[in-house]
Design a protein around this ligand. Structure first.
Ligand SMILES: Cc1ncc(COP(=O)(O)O)c(C=O)c1O
Length: 377
């Protein structure tokens, strides 16, 4: 195989959506409304419906979706926010920007926050009032357990669904459980805009009003500011493209991701590689396809694949609590974060995007199976 197997293919995406995207742009231009118009409103309804919520609110990106959702949920400076250190740094950054104190809990064998440790976190951090769980890699958390632990410990939950739009646990969709949920439409996401975009979903009417105000400078009427808000509006152009050029294909693209995941799960057999397999109740959307390779072999594995034109990623090489940006920031940890550290050291993401060809998928399986670190590459 001469051309590279990419982790994302934005040119193939563009070639599929170009004419619908041009139409969407034309619609916005002809409407004369470029900020918070009908396209944003229609897209918000679609997103709310897809997460079984009453309200969707478009915002500028996923980071601000989490931050604004926390502020709207009543987070006060110094409130503890239980979360995972194994996520995009944006999850932690949003908590810190909202003036919460992150409390990092270890992850389970799939790399998701270990909900059985939440009672320990609450016990050792009495100021813990919030939880931001992350449906990482497109794997849904156990939503029954999540609801139960929030109820029992009176935790206000903002789900981070940036990687998992459409994933279900026992047919219940992620984003439908917390008091609100945050979504990102960053270009690499399963529903990726042609730029930055995000949304919050909720079924709480007051929270809906508050979030709408916060995203628009805290306005409650024209030039009337009851809150100190943000400029975090979803652009009309992005909403239009998301609505009619991208969203109509999301189910087809998710189906293709599932086919690829199935091909990898059934085809990859190499005892140097462990594949975290989601439980039976879980229907992931496979934002990423994570595998674990023992250190110190990860770099060798990645360069072996790279020499065979297979690109890979690492999600994520550093824990949020270990980032230099956190050096002067107050945070808590629960235990030694052993599993999270293992993911940081061993995780590799294999290519999984809807435009991979059958030949490319086969090439990945064959090469992954042929890697034998004892013989070297
Ligand atoms: C889990 C998670 N949370 C939050 C974000 C932040 O989203 P955005 O890049 O749209 O700000 C991302 C994406 O980078 C993410 O993967």
């Amino acid at each position: 195989m001469t051309s590279s197997v990419l982790t994302n293919d934005f040119v193939k995406l563009w070639n599929q959506i170009a004419s619908a995207a041009h139409e969407a742009l034309e619609r916005v231009g002809q409407s004369g409304q470029v900020i918070l118009g009908n396209e944003v409103a229609s897209f918000e309804r679609e997103i709310a419906q897809r997460t079984s919520r009453l309200h969707g609110i478009g915002v500028a990106n996923g980071l601000e979706a989490i931050e604004i959702a926390l502020v709207a949920a009543g987070l006060k400076p110094g409130d503890g926010v239980i979360t995972t250190p194994m996520s995009a740094f944006a999850t932690t950054l949003a908590i810190v920007r909202a003036q919460g104190v992150p409390i990092f809990v270890d992850v389970d064998k799939e790399g998701l926050i270990d909900l059985s440790l939440v009672p320990v976190a609450v016990g050792s951090h009495p100021h813990a009032r919030f939880i931001v769980p992350v449906h990482l890699y497109g794997f849904p958390l156990n939503l029954a357990d999540l609801k139960e632990v929030c109820l029992r410990h009176k935790l206000v939950c903002v789900e981070d669904c940036a990687q998992a739009l459409g994933a279900t646990w026992n047919d219940e969709v992620v984003g439908s459980v917390g008091c609100s949920a945050a979504l990102s439409f960053y270009p690499t996401k399963n529903l990726g805009a042609l730029g930055d975009a995000g949304a919050i979903v909720t079924s709480d009417h007051r929270m809906n009003e508050c979030i709408r105000s916060l995203r628009d400078y805290g306005q409650t009427g024209k030039y009337k500011h009851d809150l100190l808000g943000y400029n975090s509006r979803l652009d009309e152009v992005h909403a239009a493209i998301l609505l009619t050029a991208l969203l109509p294909s999301l189910d087809k693209w998710t189906g293709r991701r599932r086919e690829i995941a199935h091909a990898y799960l059934s085809g990859i057999q190499n005892h140097h590689i462990r594949i975290p397999t989601p439980p039976r109740e879980s229907n992931p959307v496979w934002h990423l396809f994570p595998v674990l390779v023992h250190q110190p072999l990860r770099d060798e594995f990645r360069s072996f694949l790279s020499q065979r034109n297979i690109m890979t990623g690492v999600h994520y090489p550093f824990l949020a609590c270990d980032q230099p940006a956190m050096r002067d920031i107050r945070f808590g940890t629960v235990g030694s974060l052993t599993n999270a550290r293992r993911f940081a050291a061993e995780q590799v993401s294999l290519p999984i995007h809807p435009f991979l060809t059958d030949e490319e998928i086969e090439h990945v399986v064959t090469e992954v199976n042929s890697w034998n670190p004892v013989q070297g590459s």
